[in-house]
Design a protein around this ligand. Structure first.
Ligand code: GLY
Length: 429
């Protein structure tokens, strides 16, 4: 198969790494890709949201399958254009992708289809938003309606902080994405990420993981796109997964099809595992990042038949995917300043060493300088991933590699996996 993979982050590097292992692969083109992906396939200089440019590239390479990594490609309507061009696409249309691209749409959708979630309100003006906030007890959840790279969510502990988040979003911090804010009731429990492939009709569970959203250890600091992940996540018991499948995922996929936008791709269900059962936090229309990295480390099956079947309506013919009986962990190395404006251009040392078969370093915010040096080019820079017979073993391997890498001014969390391991983070090895 000839595959065009759209995107340039750690998620896309992990997908490229797994796709490159498929015996079905003939050619892999990554657009725009990153220096890590350049080791696995051809790199083309097109942005993920340049729908016209990506369709032209898909035609040029004769792609049998286009895989959409980031939400920006989905919101830009790339799947819609590829459908017109007759090119199979793993990733939903912009209409189905509204489950992620508009939080206001998604909350109202959940309500229409009986999907358990928290009380909410949607506001375009600060006055009514603040009046609504006054009806909640802390903590307060304030979200920008549109896409904000995982940074548009504020969980505020005081009313003042929540009101500032409303002013911030409506004041233009996230551009058009913050033209409306969604205020939600805070839900108690443990957050988990569950994935399902869908081909418009059939769906297939495709693994689960747990993310670490806050920038700093001890779940402190601002929300980020994710500072680390692990899989499997003990909180996702068989019972919880079954409840999430029947109460959150299946009604969503049936509902979006009934509303005229059948869903093809991966549905990422971010949920609160509460005492009452799983409750929807939000849907995303793509794999999680860094959750995808740990899923790819554990996936035993060839991924290409699954991506292709989801794109072409043939998922019913496939068995459930097989996973390694091992744990995987991912530690994100971030640039100074992240999740705000990251400081870029620093030379990274040690990231391209051979850490052994069980460790893989996925690139995200990296670039190759003309002299060949690897430099920082974005907020989340590297994803250091490891597999092991236990999560503790995987974590030790990952931190050994982390400690070998020099990312000037950068930072990472030492406590990835703390919920499952229930112990103190390891000291610097
Ligand atoms: N790690 C969360 C996300 O990808 O949205």
């Amino acid at each position: 198969m000839k595959v065009l993979l759209v995107g340039s982050g750690g998620r896309e590097h992990a997908l490229a790494w797994k796709i490159a292992r498929s015996p079905l692969l003939k050619r892999l083109v990554c657009a725009p890709g990153n220096p890590g992906m350049a080791m696995l396939g051809e790199i083309r200089d097109t942005t993920a949201d340049d729908a016209e440019g990506q369709v032209a590239l898909a035609r040029e390479v004769g792609a049998d399958l286009v895989v959409l990594g980031p939400e920006t490609a989905i919101a830009a309507g790339l799947a819609d254009r590829l459908s017109v061009a007759g090119i199979p696409c793993f990733g939903p249309t912009a209409g189905a992708g509204r489950l992620e691209s508009s939080k206001a749409f998604a909350k109202a959708f959940a309500q229409r289809h009986g999907i358990p979630s928290g009380r909410f309100g949607v506001f375009g003006e600060a006055g009514p938003a603040k009046a609504f906030l006054a009806g909640f007890d802390p903590p307060f959840v304030v979200k920008a309606d549109g896409l904000a790279a995982g940074k548009g969510v504020v969980v505020a502990t005081t009313l003042d902080e929540a009101e500032a988040a409303v002013d911030d979003a409506l004041g233009g911090r996230f551009g058009a994405a913050g033209a409306r804010v969604v205020i939600e009731a805070f839900m108690e429990g443990e957050i988990a990420s569950l994935f399902a492939l869908c081909d418009g009709e059939t769906n297939l569970l495709f693994g689960g993981a747990q993310d670490h959203k806050r920038a700093y250890e001890g779940e402190r600091g601002p929300n980020t796109g994710g500072m680390g992940a692990y899989s499997p996540a003990p909180v996702l018991s068989d019972r919880t997964v079954e409840a999430a499948r029947s109460q959150l995922i299946e009604p969503a996929l049936a509902g979006i099809a009934a509303e005229g936008a059948p869903y093809r791709g991966v549905l990422f269900c971010e949920m609160m595992v509460s005492a009452e059962g799983p409750r929807l936090i939000e849907f995303n229309a793509r794999f999680g990042d860094p959750e995808c990295q740990v899923l790819m480390m554990r996936l035993n099956s060839d991924i290409l038949p699954y991506l292709s079947a989801a794109a072409t309506g043939r998922l019913a013919r496939l068995p459930a995917p097989e996973w390694r009986e091992e744990a995987a962990i991912c530690v994100v190395l971030a640039a100074e300043g992240y999740p705000g404006q990251p400081s870029t251009g620093q030379v990274i040392a040690g990231a391209e060493a051979d850490f052994g078969e069980a460790v893989t370093v996925f690139h995200a915010g990296t670039a190759r300088r003309a002299d060949g040096a690897l430099i920082v080019s974005g907020g989340r820079v590297l994803n250091v991933c490891a597999r092991g017979p236990t999560l503790a073993a995987a974590r030790d391997l990952a931190y050994r590699a982390v400690d070998h890498i020099d990312l000037p001014g950068g930072f990472h969390r030492r406590d990835i996996g703390w919920r499952a391991l229930g112990d103190r983070p390891p000291a610097r090895l």
